[in-house]
Design a protein around this ligand. Structure first.
Ligand code: ADP
Ligand code: MG
Length: 265
């Protein structure tokens, strides 16, 4: 059964794209069939995997507007079970055009429905905003993973995301679950990192993944080579952390900690 996961946090620079790309690559390395959907107009996940975000003939925009079938834009990475629906700056056009259209929140869900069954996990990299594109991702998803940077103000603004998730569970997508929070750019030697980590635990308790992603230069370098960190430096602390996160996610997901019918939180 396919699980669709949105990687969301309306703050920019918290590690959404890094988490989406490297969690996807880690799950693919564990022989899972993975689709990464890049719905962020910045297209960072797309270029970070060595794909072109400019000059596509048919784009995710056409798919969201119902003018192309999802298989027309599907790209397969060589030697991997990782497939990609690439992003492009034009996705902002879809966002604007969708504002006045019917079932505007369901476009991604409907576009992905023919692919359900073909993958173990579909991971959606969301933009840094709670706009219609993020709403489309949350309506399409079964679960949300929230990356949080372990620094001051990490929790600020989170109530807006929590509110959006609650609203979507009460309306368009009652199945949506918060799967977990991932602490990113964690530095165990920094008092601030530890303090913020404790605050995140106090607030979200057992929803916080045990695996924290350390600050690691390899994670920041890998995208400029168009590679996941596993391909770029598979022995790096960043690569090992994302492999550990993937293993923890698979374990928690299969034991179904969040039982069916439970509240999102
Ligand atoms: P978002 O998608 O939430 O905007 P990104 O994943 O693009 O965030 O990360 C923001 C910046 O921080 C990028 O330059 C990325 O390479 C860097 N980065 C992300 N996670 C780490 C990490 N664990 N260690 C070091 N740099 C990181
Ligand atoms: Mg991003």
């Amino acid at each position: 059964m396919t699980r669709v996961i949105a990687i969301a946090n309306q703050k920019g620079g918290v590690g959404k794209t890094t988490t989406t790309v490297n969690l996807a690559a880690s799950l693919a390395a564990m022989k899972r069939r993975i689709l990464l959907v890049d719905i962020d107009p910045q297209g960072n996940a797309t270029t970070g995997l060595g794909l072109e975000k400019h000059g596509q003939k048919t784009t995710l925009t056409d798919v969201l507007l119902g003018e192309a079938h999802v298989t027309e834009i599907l790209q397969k990475l060589p030697d991997s079970s990782l497939h990609v629906l690439p992003g492009s700056p034009e996705v902002t056009v879809a966002e604007v055009k969708l504002m006045n259209s019917e079932r505007r929140e369901y476009r991604l869900r409907e576009a992905l429905s023919p692919l359900r069954g073909a993958y173990d996990y579909i991971l959606i990299d969301c933009p840094p905003s709670l706009n219609m594109l993020t709403v489309n991702a949350l309506v399409a998803a079964d679960g949300v993973i929230i990356p949080m940077q372990c620094e001051y103000y990490a929790l600020e603004g989170l109530s807006a995301l929590v509110g959006t998730i609650d609203r979507i569970t009460q309306t368009a997508n009652p199945e949506l679950q918060v799967m977990g929070l991932v602490r990113t750019m964690y530095d165990p030697r920094s008092n601030l990192s530890r303090d913020v980590s404790e605050q995140i635990h106090a607030f979200f308790r057992n929803k916080v993944y045990n695996t924290a992603i350390p600050r690691n230069i390899r994670l920041a370098e890998a995208p400029s080579h168009g590679l996941s960190v596993l391909e770029y430096d598979k022995g790096s602390r960043g690569a090992l952390a994302y492999l550990a996160l993937a293993a923890e996610m698979l374990r928690k997901d299969s034991s179904k900690v969040a039982a069916d019918g439970e509240q999102a939180w």
